[in-house]
Design a protein around this ligand. Structure first.
Ligand SMILES: Cc1cc2nc3c(=O)[nH]c(=O)nc-3n(C[C@H](O)[C@H](O)[C@H](O)COP(=O)(O)OP(=O)(O)OC[C@H]3O[C@@H](n4cnc5c(N)ncnc54)[C@H](O)[C@@H]3O)c2cc1C
Length: 403
């Protein structure tokens, strides 16, 4: 790091997706910008996104895809802007049912495109450079373990606590507290759950379609069972509530509906029709095709029916039990798989302390927060990278206007 008298217009803490986007936008407008990151490469986390494919945005946008302790109706829909921004950097897109990926199917394409632009714009990047403190006098001094950086403005884009091996630290939250901003409760989100339920021995490896309900949160999709827990899209999407409840030791159970495409009455009629069509069949044969085979076996067992019982022997109570267990299959959970296995952090710097027109701290002129460090987390589907882009874009526009 140069220890000269250079004073940057903006020093960005964190060269992740949001920090890179902000640096590019500011440098294009002629501002003197620098980036610092504790990793040895920029955009390390981007490489792991979308299972290495980087699902960077989604056609379906709106506040309903995000969570926070504050209202989120201020979030503008910038998914088209993000697509144009990446397209200009050479990232050709592929859309799969509204989910956008680079056409190469490689997250590296996105990371490299951002890095190439950073290089082309001659932006100073300090890698392997951990920020430890920020102080403000007339200007800001950013202290790192390699030296100090001086800047007129500082933007904290240091991300959350998830997947520590990809680079994470508490610096954003610490600096928020130092500059008199609140930090809401932090919990792992977009993460699998843990369970000791005995049924998982039978279900391990099963992927079944269904609706998952945790307290009053419901989501539909492919549920994945492992021997020590449950994951898959619907569980991941509501896992933030489980993570937060785990902090308060207030966990509930997961309730699963394996026949969510039918009401209870329709399912009852379906079972009766099957039993009447062939009353010589046993229950296991008769229920073939209603849900995953192993799920069917467990539902039969939970309904206290032997698997070879002839359907002609079943009464109304048995049918009620079958319907109940198909639609309210309960699994006790012991928590989530933790920050290290999570994709995003629920909670963060409280939006109440941030001017949402420019992402500046209300307490401190010239100090900005963008991306995951803030109390905003999206569900699976490109929403978190879109938030990283959106918050960076809001900050960039405001800073450019001001400077
Ligand atoms: C496995 C995985 C898969 C994911 N898949 C998707 C997906 O497909 N789509 C999607 O939208 N989102 C996905 N996400 C979430 C998404 O990656 C993040 O929400 C997004 O990267 C947040 O961007 P950010 O810039 O706020 O933070 P980050 O990208 O985390 O960047 C923060 C940067 O700050 C640096 N930093 C931290 N502390 C310091 C310090 N003290 N000093 C210097 N530097 C520091 C870090 O090294 C890091 O590079 C995924 C996350 C994971 C872990």
């Amino acid at each position: 790091m140069e220890q000269d008298s250079k004073i940057y217009d903006v020093c960005i803490v964190g060269a992740g997706f949001s920090g890179l986007v902000l640096a590019i936008k500011l440098a294009r407008a002629g501002l003197l910008v620098c980036l610092t990151d504790l990793n040895r490469v920029v955009g390390r986390r981007i490489l792991s996104t979308g299972n290495g494919r980087c699902n960077y945005t989604n056609r379906r946008m709106g506040a309903e895809y995000y969570y926070s302790n504050n209202a989120l109706d201020f979030i503008p829909d910038k998914h088209d802007d993000l697509r144009v921004f990446l397209r200009e950097l050479g990232v050709l897109e592929r859309e799969l049912d509204g989910y956008y990926y680079p056409i190469t199917n490689q997250a590296k394409t996105v990371r490299d495109a951002l890095e190439n632009e950073i290089t082309a714009l001659n932006i100073d990047v300090f890698l392997d450079c951990r920020v430890t403190d920020i102080t403000q006098n007339d200007i800001f001094t950013v202290t790192t373990h390699r030296g100090t950086i001086q800047a007129k403005k500082v933007c904290i884009a240091s991300g959350g606590l998830s997947a520590a091996t990809l680079g994470s630290s508490k610096i954003g939250y610490k600096m928020a507290s130092k500059f008199k901003l609140k930090v809401t409760k932090l919990a792992p989100a977009l993460v699998g759950t843990t369970s000791k339920d005995i049924c998982l021995k039978e279900l391990a490896g099963v992927r079944a379609l269904g609706t998952v309900t945790y307290k009053n949160h419901t989501c539909e999709g492919e549920i994945q069972f492992n021997k020590d827990g449950v994951s898959g899209y619907p569980v991941m999407c509501i896992s933030r509530f489980i993570g937060l409840d785990e902090l308060d030791k207030n966990l509930g159970a997961l309730s699963m509906d394996f026949v969510s495409f039918m009401s209870e009455t329709q399912l009852k009629d379906e079972l009766k029709a099957r039993f009447e069509r062939n009353d010589k069949a046993d229950i296991t044969t008769s229920l073939n095709g209603i849900a995953n085979e192993k799920v069917v076996q467990l539902v039969i067992s939970y309904s206290r029916i032997y698997p070879d019982t002839l359907v002609s022997k079943l009464d109304d109570e048995d049918i009620e039990n079958l319907v109940y267990n198909f639609k309210h299959f309960s699994i006790n959970i012991t928590g989530t798989k933790g920050f290290d296995n999570s994709q995003v952090t629920a909670g963060g710097v409280d939006l109440e302390g941030i001017d949402l027109q420019n992402m500046e701290a209300k307490s401190t002129k010239g100090l900005y927060f963008i991306g995951e460090v803030l109390d905003v987390d999206g569900i699976c589907g490109g929403y978190n990278l879109t938030w990283a882009y959106t918050s960076a874009d809001i900050a960039a526009n405001a800073i450019i206007k001001e400077v």
